[in-house]
Design a protein. Structure first.
Lengths: 111, 114
C-alpha cells in the first residue's frame, strides 16, 4: 500500500538558518504534493502545492521541490524564525482521489 | 477559501457512550471529509461526507461505528459510537473548495474516552 514518510525525528535549527524537511513516498505516484503546517491544538493549515510536472515552487520564505525520480519532496524554510516552530505535514494525492498524509516533522527554531 | 467551525473542541467521554461532532462551513462546498489523527500518527481519512446520500467509508471504518450526516452543502456531523479508549484521538473535518487543491481544516475535536 502507499506510504508517505517524513523525518520521524524532531528537527531543531538555529534562527536564521534554512530548515529542510523531507517527504518520501513509496508504492504511489502522486500527481500533487502538498505541505501543511499544524500548531498544537489546531487543524492543519495549507502552505504550498506542487504538481508532478513542476520541479520547484516558492512562496515568500518557503520553497518546495518535487523529484519524481527520487520519489521525494523537500520543503525549505529560509531565514527561519522562532514563529516557524510547528509540525509540518506532507500530503500526496492524485486527481479525484484522497490525500495520503505523512506523520509530520516537528520543527523547533531556536532563538 | 473556507472557514470551518468544528465543535466541540474537546470532550472526555465514558466508554460505551457516543459523541457527535459538528462541522459548519461558511460557504457551500461539495467535498467534505472526516479524518482521525491519533497521537504520533498521520491523518487517516475516515470517510467522505456526501450531501443527500450515504457517506463513503475508507477501509477499516464502518457506518455503524462512525455514522455521518450531511444534510446540506455547509454542514456535517460525525458520531463516534459505543466508544472505547482506543477511540481517543483528534477528529478533524476538512473541505476542498476545488478538488485536489488545498484542503481546509477545522480546529479538530480532541476526544478522550475513559
Amino acid at each position: 500500500s502507499q506510504k508517505i514518510e517524513q523525518n520521524s525525528e524532531a528537527l531543531n535549527i538555529q534562527e536564521g538558518k534554512t530548515a529542510t524537511l523531507t517527504c518520501n513516498y513509496t508504492n504511489y505516484s502522486p500527481a500533487y504534493l502538498q505541505w501543511y503546517r499544524q500548531d498544537p491544538g489546531r487543524g492543519p493549515v495549507f502552505l504550498l502545492l506542487i504538481r508532478e510536472n513542476e520541479k520547484e515552487k516558492r512562496k515568500e520564505r518557503l520553497k518546495v521541490t518535487f523529484d519524481t525520480t527520487l520519489k521525494q519532496s523537500l520543503f525549505h524554510i529560509t531565514a527561519s524564525q522562532p514563529a516557524d516552530s510547528a509540525t509540518y505535514l506532507c500530503a500526496a494525492s492524485n486527481t479525484g482521489n484522497q490525500f495520503y498524509f505523512g506523520t509530520g516533522t516537528s520543527l523547533t527554531v531556536i532563538p | 477559501s473556507a472557514v470551518i467551525s468544528q465543535k466541540p473542541s474537546r470532550d472526555i467521554c465514558q466508554r460505551g457512550t457516543s459523541l457527535t461532532i459538528q462541522c459548519q462551513v461558511d460557504s457551500q462546498v461539495t467535498m467534505m471529509f472526516w479524518y482521525r489523527q491519533q497521537p504520533g500518527q498521520s491523518l487517516t481519512l475516515i470517510a467522505t461526507a456526501n450531501q443527500g446520500s450515504e457517506a463513503t467509508y475508507e477501509s477499516g471504518f464502518v457506518i455503524d461505528k462512525f455514522p455521518i450526516s450531511r444534510p446540506n452543502l455547509t454542514f456535517s456531523t460525525l458520531t463516534v459510537s459505543n466508544m472505547s479508549p482506543e477511540d481517543s484521538s483528534i477528529y478533524l473535518c476538512s473541505v476542498e473548495v476545488i478538488w485536489n487543491t488545498e484542503a481546509f481544516f477545522g480546529q479538530g475535536t480532541r476526544l478522550t474516552v475513559v
